[in-house]
Design a protein around this ligand. Structure first.
Ligand code: ASP
Length: 337
């Protein structure tokens, strides 16, 4: 049976154009051009597409996320497609993937892809990646693993993927789980058939969308949550000024096991006292933050991010605040999503 795959294009290096001095501009070519460059089209696949944006993913913003979420929801729930592919820049691909992993229904596969080299590079990786993503989106099994990312023939789950390299083809890793599958030619092979982490149809936020308590309308604004990167020798007056900016939530990318200097610990405890949600995460790529190790989270009212990266922990906190989730439930959501 012919599969209907819908592409939502947002730009990135996959749609990038190289210049004559070794650099390039992301988000220049439209989705038709990307499709024309495919070496072949899978049989029995009908591809439709739309250009949602055309930007480098360093410029992806909340409104593009809302648009993507709303389109994925409509296409899935109204059965307008059998699978969705999203072309995206690689810099923030894991954030868009995780956002969609939390707010879309998982009725059909949703697969992000991009490229490490621009479309007119000597040997672009975009066409191969796009083809792989279309193939994965055709696989019925794909929807059981939440939103996926395919890069360099490897299939990653949105929950665990991280960009770990600046320019090499194998820039992405899934930490700590490892990849969930591999795409080779037309063969999609999954190593796992379910994830321990909650996603898509079971996510608290997809449920909130379904019951109408979360809507990405034009008036909607994700709460203002900011990440504080910790390093040795932080200046107290800088911290005090930073904390005076308006934050509805703070994710702190601490050192080691999410550790903070005593000064910062005290300042952040005071933020919690003033009603700001504070989440401890780590600046280490392979980290798992447990509660109450060197820091008394229970006493200060801190949340901990487990093995979510600071950028993903930020998205989870934005959504938890958006649905006005009570603080104790927020820790459960960090432990499970
Ligand atoms: N800066 C580019 C982007 O994220 C990098 C890429 O796509 O690989 O859009």
């Amino acid at each position: 049976m012919t599969k209907k795959i819908h592409i939502l294009a947002t730009g990135g290096t996959i749609a990038g154009q190289a210049n004559t001095h070794g650099g390039y501009t992301a988000g220049k070519l439209n989705v038709e051009t990307l499709l024309d460059a495919l070496p072949w089209r899978p049989h029995d696949v009908q591809v439709s597409y739309e250009q949602v944006a055309n930007v480098g993913s360093q410029s992806i913003h909340n409104e593009i996320w809302y648009q993507l979420a709303n389109r994925v929801n409509t296409l899935s729930l109204e059965k307008l497609a059998d699978g969705i592919v999203i072309t995206h820049g690689t810099d923030t691909m894991e954030e868009t993937a995780y956002f969609l992993n939390l707010v879309t229904p998982g009725k059909i596969p949703v697969v992000l892809t991009g490229a490490m080299r621009p479309a007119n590079a000597f040997s672009p990786d975009g066409p191969e990646n796009l083809l792989a993503a279309i193939n994965v989106a055709c696989s019925g099994q794909a929807k059981n693993l939440g939103v996926l990312v395919v890069m360099n023939s490897i299939i990653h789950s949105a929950r665990y993927i991280q960009k770990m390299g600046v320019s090499q083809d194998n820039a992405f890793q899934s930490i700590p789980l490892g990849p969930v599958g591999i795409q080779s030619g037309t063969n999609t092979h999954f190593f796992v058939n379910q994830l321990a982490a909650i996603h898509t149809n079971n996510s608290e936020f997809t449920k909130a969308i379904e019951n109408g308590s979360l809507t990405f309308s034009n008036e909607f604004k994700l709460p203002n949550v900011n990440v504080l990167y910790v390093h040795a020798g932080m200046d107290e007056s800088y911290l005090r000024q930073w904390l005076q900016l308006s934050h509805e939530g703070i994710v702190v990318a601490g050192v080691g096991a999410g550790n903070l200097s005593q000064t910062l610990e005290r300042l952040l405890a005071n933020q919690v006292f003033q009603g700001v949600a504070v989440v401890r995460s780590t600046r280490i790529a392979a980290g798992n933050i447990a509660r109450n190790m060197e820091i008394d989270d229970d006493r200060h009212g801190f949340l901990v991010a487990g093995n979510l990266t600071p950028a993903k922990a930020r998205i989870l906190l934005q959504l938890a605040l958006a649905v006005k989730m009570p603080m104790p439930q927020m820790q459960t959501v960090y432990d499970t999503h």
